[in-house]
Structures are given as C-alpha cells and as structure tokens.
Write a protein that binds this ligand. Structure first.
Ligand SMILES: [Zn+2]
Length: 401
C-alpha cells in the first residue's frame, strides 16, 4: 500500500500481529504533524508547562503523534514505552512522582495497573501525584465505567484517542467527554455491516475511511472493522462534526445462547460491578455457555451486594458465574516489581571491583531479580491453584454443564 519510494516515508510500523499476520504501515512526517496538531488543538491541558509520560510502545505510530504534539506545544516528552524492559512499571511510577508529570498517555489498563502498584507502595495518586492533569487512553476500548474509575482514582481528566496503525488518528476526546471524529484528516463513512449503506445518527456501523492528508500510504474506502455508535445530538462542547462511541472490533461480539454483547459492554458491566465490590482487578473468561468472572477482592468470604450482581446480570442478559478471589490472585502485584534489569549488550566484564561478575553475553545483558524462599512458595502455590482452576473449568466446558 506504499505509494512513494520507501525512503520518502518518515516512519515504518507493523501491527503486533495478535490477530494474524502483522500489517505493514507507512506514514509521512507532514501527515503525522497534522494529526499531532489536531490533538494539540483539542486538548487545552497540552501547553508549554506539559510534561508527558508516553507509555505507548515506540513501535506504535501513535507514540510519534504524541511526540509531534509535544513539539508543537513546546512541551516535554518522556518516551517510555511500556513493553520495553528499560522502563518497567515501577520506574514509570517513579517518573510520575519525581518528574511532576502532568500528562500520561497509555492503554486504558495502564493507569489501573499503576494505581495498584502505587497503593502497594503506600502512594495515593489523588494526594501524592497531584501534578497529573490529563490521561490519554488509546489502543483499546474505553467503556464509560472504566473511564469513570480512572478519573476518580487519579483525579485527572481522561481523553480518549482513537486510531489504528493503518489509518493513524481517527478521533480525539473533547472537554465534554465525547469522541470527535477527525473529519478533516479522513473522509469517514459509518456503514451498516450487513447492507453497507450509511447508518443514521444514533445507529451502529463500521468505520470506513478514505485518506484526505495521507500521501505515503493513502487509503480508499478502507474498512477498519471497528464498530461505532454515532451520536445523534450535537456535542455540548460546541464543536461541529460527528461524535461517536467506539465499541471495538466487530469480531469482538460474544454470543451466548440468545444473548449478544460486545467486549465493550462486558467490560463496562464488569467495571461497574467491580466498583461496587471496591476493586479494579478482575479477569473475564468467555466460555461456551457462560461468562466466568474472577473478581479479586479484599475478603473473598464476604458476599458481594445482591443488587450489584442483579444489575450485572440484567445488563448482559447472559449466564454468568462469579468467583471471588483474594488479593494478588488475579494480579500478582509483586510481579510488577520483579522485572529484569537490562544493560547494554557487551562481551567484556571487569571482575576486579565489587560490580557484577557476569560470564555470558545474556548475563551481561539481563539481570533477573533474585527470589527469596517466601516469594517462590507463593508463586508455586498460585501456579498450582491456577492450573487446578483451569482444569476444572475446562472439564466443566467439555461436559457441557
Ligand atoms: Zn465535544
């Protein structure tokens, strides 16, 4: 899909390939700048005082949209992608504190994990990390209950960023919390997934885009596969143009019996339920005949409120089983601390001083944390319990319970 010689492109990226072959994408500097400028204009918190901790992986183009937005805002960029070992979660949390970071950009789950890590260290984000004003969330759906949770935990405004590697930026959240589609970057058509006719405002359709500014890899009526609900009324922020709710990939539709829900709906209901249980941490299994929720709570022996469970069931209308688990059973917080330390690759080690005595290239490159007996015991116990749980649930599914 490259329309110019490769050297004329500014960036090359590939999708992660989670759902098949990685997709190659190319982009130019000018188009990237137009997108960055769009983000800058939409978000009043981006100004000369901004210090942004960018947790988007460097191999995702959105990371560079932020870099350009900060260049335009004359602000400071901390490039610290979350999938590289040089800035693990603990170091990211340290940056938030020590560097008086005012903005964070990440997947929506990142603030949830950072919050758990902060609490583990006795840090309250609202009290101790008050410099943070805005959190950009992109790269995954952002159901309303998750947005509310992040905003209340961090005392910061959440701005949704919608895009993909191929299309680049497609939408940015406004101060009224709506997502404005980038109609000056792309010609957007929201089409019915069955008839391929444009849907009316208020309806749900697939986002199809034609590039207006992309010259390096222009797209013509490119079917993204993303389902959105187009808002029927104008946005209270006063900006014109369409706004929409991004519901996720069309294939993220779950059908169990007669009930149908998207991952988005399931997550929204689960985050709302979790909030009633005083937790942010859960894991959802989509099984052939039901949803299975593993909810991590402070005290699993204490029953959860009946009305909360009733509401969860009513919202999704499908069979659900709920298992309450104790602290660290769904998220092992200590594992967020147990990341390896990474050094520059080297083939020489000086054993004369008190430093590390490495003996292979891999040892020189990586230092794994040492586990004490107690940690090893907990890890082994959890592994055994998880394996038993997996076997039990698989057996139940096979028996057609
Ligand atoms: Zn608006």
């Amino acid at each position: 899909m490259l329309a110019v010689p490769a050297a004329r492109a500014w960036h090359y990226h590939e999708s992660s390939g989670t759902t098949g072959e990685p997709i190659s994408t190319w982009c130019g500097l000018e188009e990237l700048r137009e997108m960055a400028s769009y983000v800058h204009r939409m978000v009043p918190e981006l100004d000369e005082e901004t210090v942004l901790l960018n947790r988007f992986p460097l191999f995702a183009p959105v990371s560079f949209v932020f870099e350009e937005a900060l260049r335009e805002a004359k602000a400071c960029h901390i490039a610290a992608g979350n999938v590289s070992w040089d800035v693990p979660f603990t170091r990211a949390l340290d940056f938030l504190q020590k560097l008086k970071v005012t903005a964070l950009a990440s997947l929506p789950l990142e603030p949830v994990l950072l919050l758990e890590l902060a609490r583990e260290q006795g840090i309250d984000p609202r009290r101790d990390l008050g410099s943070l004003k805005v959190i950009f969330c992109g790269g995954a759906v952002l159901p309303p209950a998750l947005r509310r949770a992040i905003e209340s935990d961090w005392g910061a405004r959440v701005v949704e960023i919608y895009g993909s590697n191929e299309t680049m930026l497609m939408g940015v959240g406004c101060t009224s919390g709506r997502l404005h589609l980038c109609t000056d970057l792309l010609e957007l058509e929201i089409l019915d997934p069955e008839t391929w006719k444009p849907i009316a405002p208020g309806g749900r359709g697939i986002v199809t885009v034609t590039s207006l500014v992309h010259e390096v890899m222009p797209l013509v009526r490119y079917v993204t596969g993303d389902l959105v609900r187009l808002d029927a009324d104008p946005c209270p922020c006063g900006r014109g143009g369409p706004t929409a709710e991004v519901l996720g990939r069309l294939e993220e539709t779950v059908e169990i019996g007669d009930a149908r829900a998207m991952h988005y709906d399931i997550l929204d209901a689960a985050y709302e339920f979790a909030d009633r249980l005083g937790t942010r941490i859960f894991f959802i299994l989509i099984r052939p005949r039901e949803l299975h929720l593993l909810m991590e709570v402070a005290d699993p022996s204490r029953p959860h409120p009946e009305d909360a469970e009733r509401r969860l069931r009513e919202r999704l209308g499908m069979p659900i089983t709920i298992e309450r688990l104790g602290p660290n059973e769904v998220l092992d917080r200590s594992a967020l601390f147990r990341t390896p330390t990474i050094y520059k690759p080297s083939v020489i080690s000086d054993w004369r001083g008190s430093g590390r005595k490495t003996i292979t290239i891999m040892e020189a490159l990586l230092e794994w944390p040492r586990f004490d007996g107690k940690t090893l015991f907990h890890l082994a116990r959890r592994q055994v319990k998880n394996a038993a749980r997996r076997r039990r649930l698989t057996r139940e599914d096979a028996r057609g319970r």
